[in-house]
Design a protein. Structure first.
Length: 150
């Protein structure tokens, strides 16, 4: 089962690289982006539930979920194509494109922090997991605060 999940995640990354060129319509890019964030958020929330003490800590489950988050963290950015923002709550604001370098740096910071989260999860140490989870969650919040309509 674990090998199948890893294979599926690897295939997802490989197919995501040229994804921006594959979107027929802007709505397709939005669906792709939202789906990527939804699945990544689900696995991140499983780790968060452990870090916050809402469910018992399970080091193996934390590590497995963190590995999935690392892989998925690369996917959503292909869906940020010109013309896929909006003014509605939760949509990316215009700064995603007008401050592209800053947006890309924020995405890279998140990706770097989830790699650290995966390493912390592999230690099977709840305190290390909590610290790394907080840092990773902070990058999500910072990006939402700067680049998402509130």
């Amino acid at each position: 089962m674990k090998k199948l999940m890893i294979l599926a995640a690897a295939c997802g990354v490989l197919t995501a690289l040229p994804a921006a060129a594959q979107f027929q319509k802007p709505e397709d890019a939005v669906k792709y982006r939202k789906a990527s964030f939804t699945v990544m958020g689900t696995h991140f929330a499983r780790i968060g539930a452990m870090a916050q003490g809402r469910v018992p800590f399970d080091g193996a489950a934390a590590a497995a979920n963190a590995d999935i988050v690392v892989t998925l963290s690369k996917l959503p950015f292909a869906g940020f194509v010109e013309g896929t923002g909006g003014t509605e709550k939760g949509m990316p604001n215009a700064k995603v494109w007008s401050e592209k370098a800053k947006f890309d740096a924020a995405g890279k910071k998140m990706q770097d922090e989830v790699v650290k989260l995966a390493a912390a999860a592999k230690t099977n140490n709840l305190d290390q997991l909590k610290s790394a989870f907080g840092a990773a969650a902070g990058t999500c919040k910072a990006c939402h605060d700067d680049f998402r309509n509130q």
